[in-house]
Design a protein around this ligand. Sequence first.
Ligand SMILES: [Zn+2]
Length: 376
Amino acid sequence: MIEHRHLLLSPTPGTTRELLSLHYGPTDTGRKVMIQASLHADEVPGLLVAHHLRRRLAELEAQGALQSEVVLVPFANPVGLSQWVLASHEGRFDLASGENFNRLYADLAPRAAELLEPRVRSGAPVGVVEARAALRQACAELKVTTELQSLRRTLLGLAIDADVVLDLHCDNEAVLHLYTLPALWPEVEPLARLMGSRAVLVADVSGDEPFDEACSAVWQRLGAALTERAGKPVEFPAACVGVTVELRGERDVTHEFAKADADALLQYLAWRGVITGPPPQLPELACEPTPLAGSIPVLAPHGGVLVHAQPLGSTVRRGDLLAEIVDPLGGGVTRLESPTDGVLYARESRRFVPAGTRVYKVAGREPVRSGKLLSD
Ligand SMILES: [Zn+2]
């Protein structure tokens, strides 16, 4: 294992943070897997999964069982790690800018297309290897002026040439679910089976460039940008399987979950041929993918005490009671009903909520939303 410590841009004299990445397996195969935990720094389940993964990866490496490089970033957000405000951990938004740590990753396709254009025009072959070199260069050239931007560039630099990028997150309270591109479903389906995923939300463009999409959607964009520049058709395969893995809810932090999740992730790598050995038995699929545009957030119309009426993971029908909001002053009770048929896959963890809170998310089959599809 090779350990790299990446210094981030220092925001003020006397303060410097670093990002740790652990590199297992051979680095000369042209294949790479990147797994990172807790980009949203207060989402803890991934940290414990990474703890189990690093032990297992060290064993597999010692056995010579790794067929490609596996990069593990056991804590992807040293900036968010330090954000304690009035005894609460704020790990989702950067306090300096208000920006979400999992948004605004650079689209490297335009610059990479510019770099590749002369090759295409000269008739030289341009495949995934050449494209990855251009993407690495485009990432290295990104100008950064803040610590957060330097964190984003560092993470993207570790992931942009990977075949598989698994970004470990969690929701407030949730069943295990995944986000990915629709076109990647055939390659993500075994992961969904192995992890027992109860919902898979797919979108070509979720909005605001989350990390997994910056790594996966860049391939289709690069083909389009290069086609336009060079005036002849250039296409790339979907060379990166990017998935955001939502490891249930923020309090679902147990060794039982974490060991099982680490095991499932490694079995997925075995299925992909990254780890030697017989391919794993794939369990039954627990859900079909549904459009992220069909995942409907249910908002609290006023503040009050939140009383849940359905267990997580329930299959609900349009009009079913999901929760009540009790107004402690007026005495009124507002019913929150499901806006669609679907799976209730995530819900608010607080029990007193202000107006406008996203109380539930129900994964429906029909796309009904457009624009920015993710939560803030
Ligand atoms: Zn998250």
